[in-house]
Each structure stands twice: as C-alpha cells, then as structure tokens.
Design a protein around this ligand. Structure first.
Ligand SMILES: Cc1cc2nc3c(=O)[nH]c(=O)nc-3n(C[C@H](O)[C@H](O)[C@H](O)COP(=O)(O)O)c2cc1C
Length: 198
C-alpha cells in the first residue's frame, strides 16, 4: 500500500504512519522557563544532529487553539532550554508532563517533578535524570508551512550523572532509557555488541 502524502494531507494519518515506522524514537524531556514558571514537556521528534558543533533537533507544534506550545514560546523568547534524558523509572512523570496545561501552570508543581539548577543561566534540570543537555537556540527551520516547527539547538554543556558512568577512562555510559513507539513506550532490553566488519 502506498500513501501519497501530497494527495492525503490528513495530518493525523501521516503522524500515525511516521510514529509507527520511525521506531524507536528517543524522548527529549524539555525544561524551559518563563516569568518564574518552570515548564516541562516530552518531545519525540528529537534527534542528535552533529557532535561538532554539538547540536540536536526537536520539533514542537501548536496547541489546539493555534498558539505555540509553551515550550516553543519559551525557547523563542529566552533562546534556551534544558533537555533531560528519560530513564525507565521516570516513565510516569514524563508521560504526565505531556498534559496540556495553561502557560502559568507548572508541570513541575502539579506532578511533583523536582528540579534543580545545575548550570546558571539555563532552565533547571529534572532531579535524578541520568543526563541533561543545556541548549541554546541556533535556528528554526522553515519547512514551508505546517504547524510543527523544527528547532536546531546548540548543546553548550552536557551533564552525566556519575552513577551512570561505568568506566571513567573510556567514558562508558550506561542507563535504562525509554523509547517511544507509536503512542506507546519501549524499554531497550538487551544491548548487542556491533559485529566486527571483516
Ligand atoms: C512521549 C511524547 C512525545 C511527544 N512528542 C512531541 C513532539 O515531538 N512534538 C510535539 O509538538 N508534541 C509532542 N508531544 C506532545 C507534547 O508533550 C504536549 O503537547 C505538551 O502538552 C506540550 O507542552 P507545552 O505546551 O508545555 O510545551 C509528545 C508527547 C509525548 C507523551
């Protein structure tokens, strides 16, 4: 079966197709701030773009009323965000934080998500996460319309919890991440070594 996306513009169907075929997707648990309100939300249109310069991309959409999601509005206004990596034990809190709430309401408060300021000048990090990226907006990508806006972010500092660094000399990191599959989640399970190329 072929889905012609130019003919069938029903965004919902396209989302369903992409979300169930590009799998597993990593999850950026994004913290932003505005007027003292800490905003937290997960985004799975998330990918590492480059290590040099260190950069990632998230795509953030609009609310049902047509206004930008709070994360998008806050990044546009302050040019900064903190991206937390999600581990298995945070699944529930991360998922709850996707609830659409008013801009003046902090997901950190309503869902008891503890945060701490680690790097001055950036939004706080969610307590207990294995890793967090402190990012500055590089640019918005114009895809020629549409409601979801890709944001290129430069990564300025990376926090890694000492607990998940299993070998300091070789800088080996290991934690239990969560992936998004369609509208569900998956744990990664077994890690398999790369085969040797002959
Ligand atoms: C795991 C997960 C991944 C999500 N990924 C995205 C995404 O990539 N882009 C997006 O616009 N919304 C995504 N959402 C929905 C947002 O998290 C949701 O709209 C949230 O309320 C936005 O919050 P904000 O207005 O505080 O930014 C995702 C939700 C979940 C649960």
């Amino acid at each position: 079966m072929i889905f012609d996306l130019d003919k069938d513009k029903a965004l919902n169907e396209t989302y369903k197709l992409m979300a169930q075929t590009i799998i597993p997707r990593p999850i950026a648990w994004v913290v932003t701030e505005d007027e003292g309100v800490v905003n937290i939300a997960p985004f799975s249109y998330f990918i590492g773009l480059s290590s040099e310069p260190a950069s990632v991309l998230i795509s953030v959409g609009h609310k049902p009323d047509g206004t930008p999601k709070d994360t998008l509005a806050n990044i546009r206004k302050h040019q900064k965000c903190t991206i937390c990596m999600v581990q298995e034990s945070d699944l529930e809190k991360m998922h709850f934080s996707s609830k659409g709430v008013d801009k003046e309401v902090s997901e950190a408060e309503i869902f008891n998500i503890e945060t701490e300021t680690l790097v001055e000048g950036y939004p706080p990090m969610i307590k207990g996460v294995p890793s967090a990226y402190f990012c500055e907006l590089n640019q918005e990508i114009d895809l020629g319309g549409g409601s979801t806006i890709p944001l290129v972010l430069n990564v300025k500092q990376i926090f890694v919890d000492d607990e998940v660094i299993t070998d300091k000399k070789r800088l080996t990191i290991s934690f239990d991440p969560i992936a998004r599959i369609g509208k569900s989640y998956a744990f990664l399970g077994e890690e398999i070594e790369a085969p040797k190329i002959p």
